[in-house]
Design a protein around this ligand. Structure first.
Ligand SMILES: *Cc1c(COP(=O)(O)O)cnc(C)c1O
Length: 361
């Protein structure tokens, strides 16, 4: 098998070491003679795996004791509904920051349950796209919460500022940047993320929530999306996606072995800096996002001559540089370079980009 570098936005590449470990114990987990996916979620063995995954995640993100970690289903989109259903408590006003595709989707879904204010922070000035800094967000005094998305997976836009709004409930969709850098969990009330971008397997959604936010059972939420129900059943009210949970746990252990988020952040910065430098070096490749809002995870770029797009993709694919096609709504190219993408993948891509420019530029 030739080496393949998978730049897919999600489901995305998994760390090689994790894949090897999963393969090794696929049919015979922990010398039990069974696969982890064949055993009961209520068994002592699985409960141990689940608890370890939570503890490793807590260690990585330094999650304070007054936060609960929930493992749910329904993806990030499930949370677009679960958040208002669980947290409104009769309130109507909420603030939804629009910074791109996914935060806009969250806003549209919230309209079913409340009267969200759409606060657009994506701006353009002299061809440069940028996001308004938090100090300029037009927050409503009496909103029940602020929802925003620190990494817009499709637009390639990121917010690196930590939210500090006096007496405001802060909810953040970390689907495509969770565990990519050091954050201070204390600055948030609820962090959520589908696992299939920067953790690995689809099917599980992680929620990190301040315990005091989970006051009562929601009157309108389906039980499987109700935070209190999930909490009192230790994320096993219904059968959880056990294999995804186990794989996520392996990824957490791998991240710890890499030296934790400080090291991962350094490497992610290095990887994305190299790629943006390559893009900025010539006018053959284009990314017009302001430096401070450029995503470390999803690097969106365009070719000067869009008619070359399909040749670029075809030739890249032949060299094992896969799934570089941009999302259909923005076009161009997108290199998703999550934690699992090694530096050699970036270097191989850059080499190919130089060759391609020389040949066709
Ligand atoms: C992928 C993604 C979603 C949607 O995730 P699902 O798990 O498919 O519902 C939401 N928000 C962001 C930021 C994403 O990257």
């Amino acid at each position: 098998m030739n080496i393949v570098y998978n730049f897919s936005a999600g489901p995305a590449m998994m760390p090689q070491d994790v894949m090897l470990k999963a393969r090794e114990e696929f049919q015979n987990w922990n010398q039990s003679g069974s696969s982890i996916m064949e055993i009961s979620h209520r068994s002592e063995e699985f409960i141990q795996v689940a608890a370890e995954a939570e503890q490793d995640l807590r260690d990585l993100l330094n999650i304070p004791d007054d936060f609960k970690v929930l493992f749910c289903q329904g993806g990030a989109r499930g949370q677009f509904s679960a958040i208002p259903m669980n947290l409104l408590n009769g309130a109507r006003k909420t603030d939804y920051i629009n910074s791109g595709y996914w935060s806009y989707c969250a806003y549209i879904e919230a309209k079913k349950y409340c009267t969200p204010s759409e606060i657009c922070i994506k701006k353009q000035c002299d061809e440069k796209i940028f996001l308004l800094p938090m100090s300029q967000w037009n927050i409503n005094q009496n909103s029940a919460y602020i929802h925003y998305c620190p990494n817009e997976t499709i637009d390639g836009l990121s917010i690196y500022e930590e939210p500090v709004f006096e007496k405001k409930v802060i909810i953040a969709d970390f689907s495509s940047c969770i565990l990519s850098r050091v954050i201070n969990v204390n600055n948030y009330d609820l962090i959520y993320a589908g696992a299939q971008k920067n953790i690995g397997p689809a099917g599980i959604t992680i929620i990190i929530i301040k315990e005091k936010m989970i006051r009562c059972f929601s009157k309108i939420s389906p039980s499987i999306l109700d935070y209190k129900t999930i909490l009192i059943h230790q994320s096993m009210f219904n059968t959880p996606p056990t294999f995804s949970w186990y794989l996520s746990g392996l990824v957490f252990k791998w991240l710890k072995k890499q030296g934790g988020l400080k090291n991962i952040e350094k490497l992610n910065k290095k990887k994305s800096d190299l790629l943006y430098k390559k893009i900025d070096e010539s006018d053959f490749y284009i990314n017009n996002i302001n430096d401070i809002n450029r995503s470390m995870m999803n690097v969106v770029f365009y070719l000067k001559y869009p008619q070359l797009n399909h040749i670029f993709l075809e030739e890249a694919d032949k060299l094992g540089l896969k799934y570089l096609k941009g999302h259909r709504i923005v076009g161009g190219m997108r290199a998703s370079i999550y934690n699992a993408m090694p530096l050699t993948g970036i270097k191989t891509l850059i080499k190919f980009m130089s060759y391609f420019e020389n040949r066709y530029g």
